[in-house]
Design a protein around this ligand. Structure first.
Ligand code: ADP
Ligand code: MG
Length: 188
């Protein structure tokens, strides 16, 4: 049984095609993993710019390319950081991130496994995110962060600063494990 939250879209045939990177959560040392995150986010951002070529003598085309590049880089970095920070290394389940280019949007689909307690806490958090005013929640999260030392601002920033639409799917894997899938739709 899957639970869906927010604007989650079941991936049909149309979204099977895309650029997908997949990693093992436990196969490489932590420091290397952080470096790989940055490299992967840069790679995905560069890849996307090839769909928005710079037109000679048109400064707007360069500005647009740079804007999209920045948004893809931020979103890919956040998704990969979360996957690395919160997936359960002991589960030997892969982490994947996929980019699907559509006529007027870019869809990111990130998936990782985590333990059931963390998965449920995440589900509660994103349910709040999907149903509240993101600007108000940003302030609430800042206050909570002071108390807990966490941030909880990465996903909200995607909504507030990049106008992204978010959706999630939670699948029980049994044995106290859960697969969480995060989708980010960026209209361009
Ligand atoms: N891929 C994920 N798997 C499991 N839990 C996650 C994942 N992404 C986010 N979370 C949970 O949601 C919270 C909010 O994530 P985020 O907005 O990126 O802020 P931050 O990572 O700074 O805490 C995290 O603190 C974590 O508990
Ligand atoms: Mg984060």
């Amino acid at each position: 049984m899957s639970d869906m939250v927010g604007r989650y879209r079941e991936c049909g045939a149309a979204t099977k095609e895309g650029l997908e990177l997949s990693f093992s959560a436990s196969s490489i040392p932590l420091k290397q993993r952080w470096r790989n995150n940055g490299l992967s986010a840069d790679f995905l951002a560069d890849y996307v710019t090839t769909f928005f070529p710079r037109v000679e003598n048109d400064p707007k085309s360069l500005a647009r390319q740079q804007e999209i590049r920045g948004a893809v880089n931020y979103i890919a970095n956040e998704l990969l950081e979360n996957a690395m920070k919160y997936s359960d290394e002991h589960l030997t389940q892969p982490i994947s991130i996929k980019l699907v280019m559509e006529a007027d949007s870019i869809l990111f689909v990130e998936s990782n496994a985590t333990n059931a307690a963390r998965g449920r806490a995440f589900q509660a958090f994103v349910t709040e995110l999907a149903t509240s005013d993101p600007t108000e929640l940003y302030v609430t999260q800042l206050e909570r962060g002071v108390e807990t030392g966490g941030s909880g601002l990465g996903l909200i920033t995607m909504v507030n600063d990049y106008g992204a639409q978010l959706g999630w799917k939670f699948d029980d894997l049994g044995d106290g494990a859960m697969r969480v899938t995060t989708q980010v739709l960026l209209e361009i």
